[in-house]
Design a protein around this ligand. Structure first.
Ligand SMILES: *[C@@H]1O[C@H](CO)[C@@H](O)[C@H](O)[C@H]1NC(C)=O
Ligand SMILES: *[C@@H]1O[C@H](CO)[C@@H](O)[C@H](O)[C@H]1NC(C)=O
Ligand SMILES: *[C@@H]1O[C@H](CO)[C@@H](O)[C@H](O)[C@H]1NC(C)=O
Ligand SMILES: *[C@@H]1O[C@H](CO)[C@@H](O)[C@H](O)[C@H]1NC(C)=O
Ligand SMILES: *[C@@H]1O[C@H](CO)[C@@H](O)[C@H](O)[C@H]1NC(C)=O
Ligand SMILES: *[C@@H]1O[C@H](CO)[C@@H](O)[C@H](O)[C@H]1NC(C)=O
Ligand SMILES: *[C@@H]1O[C@H](CO)[C@@H](O)[C@H](O)[C@H]1NC(C)=O
Ligand SMILES: *[C@@H]1O[C@H](CO)[C@@H](O)[C@H](O)[C@H]1NC(C)=O
Ligand SMILES: *[C@@H]1O[C@H](CO)[C@@H](O)[C@H](O)[C@H]1NC(C)=O
Ligand SMILES: *[C@@H]1O[C@H](CO)[C@@H](O)[C@H](O)[C@H]1NC(C)=O
Length: 569
């Protein structure tokens, strides 16, 4: 090799290295609302195909030991702050639309960090971190734009949010402006169209951070909870449960959205330089919980519980140009939802040691290169009002009064989707569907071998348990923490066998850990509902009502809701 050529190659190498750090990847962060462990094909169910989601998962890294919070607000606060909700005051119950509080303003949050790193930051879909004053809303917190809703859920078609049958109003905006044009259009389509328009008009001289937080597959208002275009519901005539058929339509819309986003990235020549994160926000509301029919099978429990079904997330990271593990790697590293802030900051080229102290850790070296994480312990949560808690150390999990709002949610809820007999659910057909899906086509165009390993990956990502009983023989519920249950999660992910009495030393160790976490918890921020928030005073819109003169000249007193005193121990 001539010295001139050597010199050229050397300079080229330098340029490539410099390019990598100066031009960090686009990040598309997709949050599915209320999606169960078993609602994605890559965890083994064949009941409802999710070919686009699966195509990315099977060619990315599947996070199979990854924990989210049991409910929505805590999870979103953890994504945004990098802190566990016991450190933001958002650990108890989601924020009600009419409650005047939100993610505290003294915290610098994810989009602000991304903006500092040179990103264009855009939010589409759900917020749910407070809106009583404008300062709590997305465009005042680091997002350059937001298109979507502020409350916990809306009707999929008319975009209204009902609160406990007492208050009701329209909740849909472009930035701070109420967007009436959106009325009547299926919510998932609104968000997809917006994401596509953001991508196609994106000026690639700066990287894009797109936070795409879907309404799907959350239930809408109680009078019409499960909504999908009829043609989508009709595709699933082989599913007997009518509610699950509607759910399948909602999920299919979500999956198609993922495919459309991938196609848009490809068309804009941004696909190669993009990292896609997909995550659920909490476990699935199964068996009718929240008027919904997600599936966490074979995991135990539902959304809002600290059983595995409530907290084990469905997630993957895709970005073959930045990931040095083989496509379809199934990671069993212990990750948590509060890890995203430091992780995305690192992907953006930031130095994580410059971040303030956080609960989350940078898992990028682990996700991208398989480096084991240093995490030994993990707090699921402590709910000081419901007196429930769950804490994890290594393979062990201690759990006390973990259920949502009643013992009936302590069970295992199907469908399993593994023994489907309909022709539509034949595995070979599903695999072909994955390869033919828009995401599959784009993935294969980049790497023709990327989806050679689907069956192996799928088998590795499944959780198999011995059949669960119909009725649990124990529920880990009692008057004090001496009734706590202990599970060895790696060998008993379905929480079938309480081994607390056999392992008193482990219980003691985990109790200590719980007390340690508990001693750092801040008080809950929950506030009573403010009658002045009622949309009937504001043209039937949910607005940042405390920025305006009160409807009757009197502002409600902002009283805190503290529930009963903590009854642990
Ligand atoms: C919104 O849709 C629900 C049913 O999905 C219906 O009950 C309600 O009346 C609708 N409201 C408006 C304003 O269209
Ligand atoms: C993209 O941004 C760069 C840098 O700000 C600017 O020079 C360029 O004109 C922009 N391109 C378009 C098409 O707006
Ligand atoms: C990150 O910041 C720390 C503290 O300022 C510094 O010691 C370290 O060298 C930095 N790392 C990189 C890769 O720049
Ligand atoms: C599927 O069917 C097989 C054979 O009938 C049975 O052993 C297995 O338990 C079933 N699995 C599920 C998840 O229903
Ligand atoms: C195939 O999948 C298995 C299981 O996830 C994984 O260990 C392996 O590395 C994958 N192989 C290739 C070539 O992608
Ligand atoms: C789960 O069971 C299926 C057979 O039903 C098997 O193919 C798969 O490898 C198993 N996966 C794990 C992780 O045990
Ligand atoms: C357990 O939690 C539920 C709410 O999830 C609560 O109503 C109940 O009082 C709690 N039980 C005890 C013993 O604290
Ligand atoms: C705690 O629960 C145990 C077992 O149910 C019971 O024997 C004990 O009296 C309880 N202690 C307190 C302080 O309530
Ligand atoms: C109510 O709160 C708003 C916003 O904080 C403020 O502008 C207004 O003066 C208050 N009204 C009363 C009657 O206290
Ligand atoms: C947990 O911390 C709270 C204060 O944040 C305290 O009231 C409670 O007693 C603690 N629980 C235990 C079991 O120490």
């Amino acid at each position: 090799m001539s010295s001139q050529l050597k010199c050229f190659l050397f300079l080229l190498a330098l340029k490539i290295t410099a390019y990598a750090s100066e031009n960090p990847p686009n990040i598309v962060f997709i949050v599915a609302d209320d999606l169960g462990w078993n609602d994605v094909g890559f965890h083994g169910s064949r009941e409802i195909p999710t070919p686009n989601i699966d195509a990315l998962a099977y060619s990315g890294v599947i996070l199979n030991n990854y924990y989210v919070q049991p409910i929505c607000t805590p999870s979103r606060s953890a994504i945004m702050s990098g802190l566990h909700p016991i450190h933001t005051g958002l650990q108890h119950c989601p924020i009600k639309a009419s409650s005047p509080y939100g993610l505290p303003l003294d915290m610098k949050i994810l989009p602000q960090y991304m903006k500092d790193s040179g990103y264009i930051t855009r939010a589409v879909g759900k917020w749910h971190l407070g809106f009583h004053h404008k300062e709590f809303t997305p465009t005042f917190r680091g997002f350059e734009s937001h298109y979507g809703y502020w409350s916990n859920k809306i009707d999929y078609f008319n975009l209204t949010a009902d609160e406990d049958g007492r208050m009701w109003g329209y909740d849909f905006r472009r930035d701070m402006n109420i967007d009436h044009d959106a009325y009547g259009i299926y919510a998932t389509d609104l968000f997809t169209t917006e994401a596509l328009s953001i991508i196609s008009s994106h000026n690639t001289s700066r990287p894009l951070f797109l936070y795409l937080a879907h309404l799907a597959v959350h239930s809408a208002n109680p009078y019409a909870p499960l909504q999908a275009p009829q043609a989508y519901v009709d595709r699933f005539s082989y599913i007997k449960d009518e509610r699950r058929r509607k759910f399948a339509g909602m999920l299919t819309k979500l999956d198609e959205s993922v495919g459309a986003v991938v196609t848009a990235l490809r068309d804009r020549k941004m696909f190669d330089n993009t990292v896609i994160v997909f995550t659920s926000d909490n476990g699935g509301p199964a068996g009718g919980y929240n008027n919904n029919v997600a599936s966490n099978w074979p995991l135990r429990g539902v959304k809002a519980s600290m059983w595995e079904g409530g907290v084990r997330g469905s997630a993957f990271v895709w970005g073959p140009d930045f990931i040095r593990q083989p496509p379809g790697t199934v990671s069993d590293q212990l990750y948590a939802i509060e890890d995203w802030l430091p992780t995305l900051y690192a992907i953006a080229g930031g130095n994580v040691s410059h971040l303030p102290p956080l609960d989350g850790i940078n898992i990028w070296p682990s996700v991208s290169a398989g480096v084991p994480v240093s995490r030994q312990h993990l707090l699921h949560s402590i709910d000081p009002v419901f007196h429930g808690a769950a804490v994890r150390s290594g393979d062990w999990k201690l759990l006390f009064n973990a259920s949502g709002d009643g013992a009936s949610w302590d069970k295992w809820f199907g469908p399993s989707g593994r023994n489907e007999t309909a022709p539509e659910t034949e595995l070979s057909l599903l695999i072909q569907k994955i390869k033919d899906s828009p995401a599959g086509v784009a993935v294969l165009e980049k790497n023709p071998d990327a989806l050679n390993n689907i069956t192996l990956t799928r088998n590795a990502a499944m959780i198999n348990c011995t059949a669960a009983p119909d009725e649990p023989s124990f529920v880990c519920r009692g008057q004090n923490i001496s009734d706590a249950c202990l599970f060895h999660i790696s060998s008993d992910p379905c929480e079938l066998k309480d081994v607390a009495s056999e392992q008193p030393d482990v219980v003691k160790m985990l109790l200590q850990l719980f007390l340690q976490y508990n001693s750092t918890a801040v008080p809950i921020l929950n506030k009573a509902s403010d009658p002045n928030a009622d949309p009937k005073f504001w043209n039937y819109n949910w607005i940042n009502w405390l920025d305006f003169p009160p409807p009757h000249g009197v502002n409600a007193t902002e009283t805190a809701v503290f529930g009963q005193p903590n009854k642990f121990l």
